[in-house]
Design a protein. Structure first.
Length: 172
């Protein structure tokens, strides 16, 4: 009897932990923009104060592309400009992630699409959170933008990455 109660309580605890961790995971769909055929999903998962982003995309031109978090979860415009500029809650200059001279919290970087126009990218950081009360870390209410070109890591204010070819609002 005692073992049965223990197993039941352990099961309830596991269910509770599983449910609460779901609050810290968001999967968003990417919409094509600027006449592209780019689509895909981006999943953000927060575990123990670290957010992992996994992007799976298709319909890209083969080669390098930039991906950023932008300031608004608004993908309503045909060219993605309704998402605003890079998310930059700490008012830093544009740069490569962790650059000592500064970078935007949305300056994720570049990735490579294969010959079939497919790409996967992973990125992890403790500088983001999913739905917390810290406006300098909370990614909810922002958007993820895929660009036609690469981020040069230096041009101000956004890295000269070209057209916004896909957009997804980071919304709970």
């Amino acid at each position: 009897m005692r073992k049965g109660i223990f197993m039941m309580l352990a099961g309830l605890l596991l269910i509770t932990v599983s449910c609460s961790s779901n609050d810290k995971e968001l999967t968003i769909n990417l919409e094509s923009k600027s006449g592209s055929d780019v689509s895909g999903t981006v999943t953000f998962t927060e575990v123990e104060g670290k957010v992992k982003m996994v992007a799976v995309m298709q319909g890209l031109e083969p080669g390098p592309h930039a991906i950023h978090i932008h300031e608004k979860a608004d993908c309503s415009s045909a060219d993605g400009t309704s998402a605003g500029g890079h998310w930059n809650p700490t008012a830093q200059p544009h740069g490569k992630w962790n650059a000592p001279e500064g970078y935007h919290k949305g300056d994720i970087g570049n990735f490579e699409a294969d010959d079939e126009g497919k790409a996967e990218m992973e990125f992890s950081t403790d500088q983001w959170c999913v739905g917390c009360d810290d406006d300098t870390k909370n990614i909810v209410g922002k958007s993820i933008i895929v660009h036609a070109g690469v981020d040069d890591g230096k041009s101000q204010p956004s890295g000269n990455a070209g057209a916004r070819i896909s957009c997804g609002g980071i919304i709970k």
